[in-house]
Design a protein around this ligand. Structure first.
Ligand code: DQA
Length: 144
């Protein structure tokens, strides 16, 4: 099973960026944690990050027929991007939305998630562990 893990803008700055919200661990730490878990549960993962909305759209489109599932933290594009929603709907690859923080307990502008409408699940507020939960959820969904 192949899972594509996509991270949106500013997630490359994990560790530096608002550590009180996102923690002190870096993006590289996140990738290591995900890779270790992928070995434990027996899935192949490819992890990518971009600051550009169109690149995320391209990557989602290219997942069709190549990856069995997508884990997507669209970061700020969560709250603005119909293009990401349309891409996930278009490719039909099961997708789980992840957020490190609990966006429901934050600013009003973070209460909307366009992409959530197309996702098989959402994990939020569990820090980096949320990515691992999303991997487990996606694996269960694809296996069933
Ligand atoms: C985030 C939450 C978003 O609101 C924010 O813009 C991010 C990160 C999270 O992982 O908690 O960049 O997606």
């Amino acid at each position: 099973m192949k899972i594509l893990i996509l991270n949106g803008p500013n997630l490359n700055l994990l560790g530096l960026r608002e550590p009180e919200v996102y923690g002190k661990q870096t993006y590289s730490d996140l990738c290591n944690i995900i890779t270790s878990h992928s070995t434990v549960i027996g899935v192949d993962v490819e992890i990518r990050q971009t600051n550009h909305e169109g690149v995320l759209v391209d990557w989602i489109q290219s997942a069709r027929g190549v990856f069995d599932g997508i884990i997507l933290n669209p970061a700020a594009y969560t709250h603005t991007s119909v293009a990401l929603l349309d891409a996930v709907v278009a490719v039909g690859v099961p997708t789980v939305e992840v957020h490190i923080s609990d966006v429901t307990k934050r600013e009003a502008f973070r209460q909307v998630s366009y992409v959530r409408n197309a996702c098989v699940g959402t994990v939020m507020g569990h820090g980096f562990a949320g990515y691992l939960e999303a991997m487990d959820l996606l694996k269960r969904t694809i296996d069933s």
